[in-house]
Write a protein that binds this ligand. Sequence first.
Ligand SMILES: O=C(CO)[C@H](O)[C@H](O)COP(=O)(O)O
Length: 229
Amino acid sequence: MPPMAIEPQRLKVAPSLLSSDFADLAGELRRIEAGGADWVHLDVMDGHFVPNLTFGPPVVARIRERTRLPLDTHLMIENPERYIGDFVRAGSDLITVHAEACVHLHRVLTQVREAGVRVGVALNPHTPLSLIEHVIDLVDLVLLMTVNPGFGGQRFIPQVLPKIAAARRLLADRGLAGRVELEVDGGVAPDTAPACVAAGATVLVAGSAVFGQPDAGEAIAALRRASAG
Ligand SMILES: O=C(CO)[C@H](O)[C@H](O)COP(=O)(O)O
């Protein structure tokens, strides 16, 4: 499979499987693929970095067999450096680690890139953007959490909006706007997505706003329509 395209000029929707029917992942993947999803967002949780558990590399490998969509793997785990190889072998196209979970963030980001996949860095809602100021030129994607990570279906935190705008400015100042995606995750729905996009987001992660709807294609289209104006 060719390397995942990074195109910050085009708005992308990445449904989060966290809100899908885990007993029918193949069916859920068909539903979002037919519905026009750009990427699949995979929330990996360890019960330490976040207070929830989800799935690991074996499940990601089976997901890889069932979809051609790029796999956007979001590691909400401590010591992510131990598992990068496993998630690459499982078929992830992009691996995002949390800055808060990495003592040696530069080393971990470099490890992901050298493993041959795209690399992202994530920040929790309260974490200042300055934490990634000196590594931003190493990444393909910045993920700003708009809920406290751990669960789907939470309320969007509007206080993150100025951080999205600041991240957009930082990318522009560094000449990275054309090659680094700015992803938002948590409580993203047709009523909250427009402010994220206006602030500079280029990738919308949406769990309940897609899988909680009877028609996933219409839900994805509603996110795009709302954000277009
Ligand atoms: O990372 C996450 C939670 O930690 C999920 O991706 C996110 O919360 C998506 O769910 P929803 O759109 O329902 O908020």
